[in-house]
Design a protein around this ligand. Structure first.
Ligand SMILES: NC(=O)c1ccc[n+]([C@@H]2O[C@H](COP(=O)([O-])OP(=O)(O)OC[C@H]3O[C@@H](n4cnc5c(N)ncnc54)[C@H](OP(=O)(O)O)[C@@H]3O)[C@@H](O)[C@H]2O)c1
Length: 260
């Protein structure tokens, strides 16, 4: 039987100082993996690793800096002996407003962190370990990459491209390395505060499952995709959004219909 057990495996989670990354690191550790948590700051990575119940270390590594990515993967191999799972989770959204008004600085930062970094880390991990021994890569995309929204077009373009990159890499790295994405809806994290903080009730009411997401909701899917239970899944993007992509649920609920 295929199992969710990750004993003996080692996972790197980028952007794991808080939010979805921290929850993913805990889910992977709970399933038995050694976990390496990254943040731009060593202290934040250490503080996050200290919260994990299981085998964990923190490594300061800016996701876009190649030398820091290499150092993190080298440290992981030295410490744990393998890099079986890579969660490309670090993400940013420095741009708000119409796409047409964006400048090159915001465009470059968004694309660098959300798109280039997953390619960079996957390349290094493949060369260092996964290409020979196999592995599972999970990219944190977004439902924004599957649709259209006002004012966060640049972020959504980066996530749409990440979904495409996931499929491309799933083919290029086959059959040894599986590459999948998760596409969260609105989740209670710092990055997404603008989407829920002032109007959580409204967002929850419009969501089929009647609440916004919690980091653990996404973490569970990441741990599944990392495991042998998902061993025949690659190039896929798993939507985890409580039904948000279905549209406003309120008018469909029992008692909401006005009838004719
Ligand atoms: N929350 C949502 O509703 C939602 C929905 C869809 C997708 N997502 C995606 O989920 C992922 C995680 O975001 P989150 O919502 O959990 O946000 P969060 O709580 O704000 O966490 C973001 C994480 O990314 C790290 N980070 C940012 N830039 C980095 C860089 N250049 N190098 C390394 N680490 C970096 C941050 O670490 P430091 O600040 O410590 O460096 C932090 O650990 C992102 O890819 C985001 O796009 C979130």
């Amino acid at each position: 039987m295929k199992t969710l057990d990750l004993s003996g495996k080692t996972a790197i989670v980028t952007g794991a100082s808080r939010g979805i990354g921290l929850a993913a690191a805990q889910a992977l550790a709970t399933a038995g993996a050694n976990v390496v948590l990254t943040s731009r700051k060593q202290e934040a990575a250490d503080a996050a690793a200290a919260q994990i119940s299981g085998s964990a270390i923190g490594v300061g590594a800016h996701a876009v800096e190649e030398d820091q990515a290499r150092r993190c993967i080298d440290l992981t191999l030295e410490r744990f002996g393998s890099v079986d799972i890579l969660v490309n989770n670090a993400g940013t959204n420095p741009a708000f407003g119409p796409m047409i008004d964006q400048d090159h600085g915001r465009f470059a930062k968004t694309m660098d962190v959300n798109l280039w970094a997953p390619l960079l880390w996957t390349g290094i991990a493949t060369e260092a370990w996964m290409g020979e021994h196999g592995g599972s890569v999970i990219n944190t995309a977004s439902i924004g990459g599957l649709g259209h929204e006002a004012d966060i077009g640049l972020y959504n373009v980066s996530k749409a491209a990440l979904i495409y990159l996931t499929k491309q890499l799933a083919l290029e790295l086959s059959p040894k390395v599986r590459v999948n994405s998760v596409a969260p809806g609105v989740v209670r994290t710092k990055l997404a505060e603008a989407l829920w903080k002032e109007h959580e009730e409204q967002v929850a009411a419009a969501t089929a499952l009647a609440r916004i997401g919690e980091p653990d909701d996404i973490a569970a899917a990441i741990a599944f995709l990392a495991s042998d239970a998902a061993s025949w899944i690659t190039g896929e993007t798993m939507v985890i959004d409580g039904g948000q992509r279905l549209g406003d649920a309120a008018p469909y609920r029992r008692g909401a219909s006005i009838g004719v």
